[in-house]
Ligand binder design. Structure first.
Ligand code: PEP
Length: 252
């Protein structure tokens, strides 16, 4: 089976609804719908209703989600509110873990709620620089996978995606080398195959300072099946160039 790529753009807390609409309209014309390629953007909540349905080949995701259906949770957004607006939900992004103090247990509750409601969760995992330097990368990632994916069973595995995002590479301009990324992706792929079965073919994305200059080499690595892009997903030119790296490798 050939590779399938997911190219995802996390817009973080950038873009008004108008800017989001203009972005999608401009991006849509820069690449063709192609078998084996999924393109998704993760706008702020306030843009979701505006961008949905603007272009069918661009899928939409939420950057976060509260795990309860409804209740006295001021400022939160529930799975029921996201129905019909998004396909994907990011869970456990390092900014949620670090800035908003989300624990692995919080992340797991969100992931299970996303699956229960028919969304496709993308679980973000990754180590800090001190953890890498102390040789703890794989044990850190293993713990986040084990706790974040606790309770996932059976067919639900097929709806899970994992993003390996070394924290020291996010927003720093310093990406993991393709070999560093490949090593962790190989580990994650093996861990997932043991639990989900090799046939589940769970996609594992790399994230951390992905840009047009390094996307082709990163996507060429055997166990990297897509990228999660922050800064470079905010400009049509750079995000489109990354999409075209995927297209090139698909021979499209
Ligand atoms: C991210 O926000 O997930 C990310 C990887 O950001 P950047 O590409 O800017 O490093």
């Amino acid at each position: 089976m050939g590779k399938e790529f997911l190219i995802a753009g996390n817009w973080k807390m950038y873009k008004t609804p108008d800017e989001s609409r203009q972005f999608i309209e401009a991006l849509a014309g820069t690449f063709p719908e192609t078998a084996g390629l999924t393109v998704a953007v993760f706008p702020p909540f306030t843009s979701l209703a505006v961008v949905r349905c603007l272009d069918r080949k661009i899928r939409i995701g939420a950057q976060n989600m509260f795990p309860e259906d409804a209740g006295a949770y001021t400022g939160e957004v529930s799975p029921l509110m996201l129905r019909g607006l998004v396909d994907f939900v990011l869970v456990g992004h390092s900014e949620r873990r670090q800035v908003f103090h989300e624990s692995d247990d919080d992340v797991n509750r969100k992931l299970l709620a996303a699956l229960r409601h028919g969304f496709l969760p993308i679980l973000c995992v990754g180590e800090t620089l001190p953890e890498r330097e102390a040789g703890q990368t794989l044990s850190k990632v293993e713990g986040q996978l084990r706790l974040g994916l606790a309770g996932v069973a059976g067919d639900a595995w097929a709806n899970v995606t994992v993003a390996y995002e070394p924290i020291w590479a996010i927003g720093t301009g310093r990406n993991a080398t393709p070999a560093q990324a490949q090593e962790v992706h190989r580990f994650i792929g093996g861990w997932l195959a043991e639990r989900a079965g090799a046939g589940a073919a769970i996609q594992v994305l790399y994230g951390g300072s992905v840009k047009p200059e390094n996307s082709l080499e990163l996507l060429s690595q055997e166990d990297i099946s897509g990228v999660l892009v922050g800064g470079a997903s905010l400009k049509v030119e750079s995000f489109s160039a990354i999409i075209h790296s995927g297209l090139k490798l698909l021979g499209a």
